[in-house]
Design a protein around this ligand. Structure first.
Ligand SMILES: CC(C)(COP(=O)(O)OP(=O)(O)OC[C@H]1O[C@@H](n2cnc3c(N)ncnc32)[C@H](O)[C@@H]1OP(=O)(O)O)[C@@H](O)C(=O)NCCC(=O)NCCS
Length: 157
């Protein structure tokens, strides 16, 4: 599990506020028109990105899950109105972020993380990452999250 204390990560200067605006990255709260996009994004996830979803749900299971409002905030990440990913903040202040593979490596996740934190001030944020998910570990580490624990699981049928 990775944790960040409030605003360690983004000491916002005029310059990076301007940079953020220029990326045209925005967060939009999810609605019914996003269900299919979120399902397609879910299909892109490999086992290393998954902790909670071990197996791909059906579309109707997916819709049911969204309608249960499982997170405190759930956004579509848009670049100039094009949907490029999603980011959520759980009720326990855990962040989950997923960018469409086509848009990886362009700092979009970094900008989306900053927007989420600005919109939802908390004293600390958490991220649960599969230890095989190297890119995500690097991503959170680069954004000043510190590793605070390893969690072990025993699965019983
Ligand atoms: C993790 C993820 C959100 C990063 O999105 P992204 O937009 O590509 O990330 P950014 O371009 O903002 O990357 C910033 C930093 O993250 C790290 N990073 C991102 N992708 C990486 C990769 N493929 N390999 C190594 N480091 C990577 C790097 O430190 C990078 O900084 P650098 O380019 O200066 O080295 C994206 O890879 C993703 O959606 N993965 C699948 C879903 C997932 O695993 N989510 C995490 C569970 S919550």
């Amino acid at each position: 599990m990775w944790r960040i204390r409030k605003f360690n990560c983004f000491n916002r200067t005029k310059k990076n506020v301007l940079e953020l605006k220029q990326t045209n990255i925005t967060l939009k709260e999810i609605d019914v028109t996003d269900f299919r996009f979120l399902f397609n994004l879910l299909k892109q996830r490999d086992d290393r990105a998954n902790i909670s979803h071990k197996k791909m749900p059906t579309y109707s299971e997916h819709v049911k899950f969204i309608k249960l409002k499982p997170y405190s905030k759930w956004y579509i990440i848009q670049k100039s109105k094009i949907k490029i990913g999603s980011i959520y903040l759980s009720k326990n202040d855990e962040i989950g972020i997923f960018i469409n593979k086509k848009f990886h490596g362009e700092n979009f996740a970094t900008y989306a993380l900053e927007l989420l934190i600005n919109k939802n001030p908390r004293t600390r944020y958490l991220a649960n990452i599969n230890p095989e998910n190297i890119s995500s570990m690097k991503f959170f580490k680069k954004n000043n999250f510190k590793l605070i624990q390893h969690t072990y699981e025993l699965e019983k049928n």
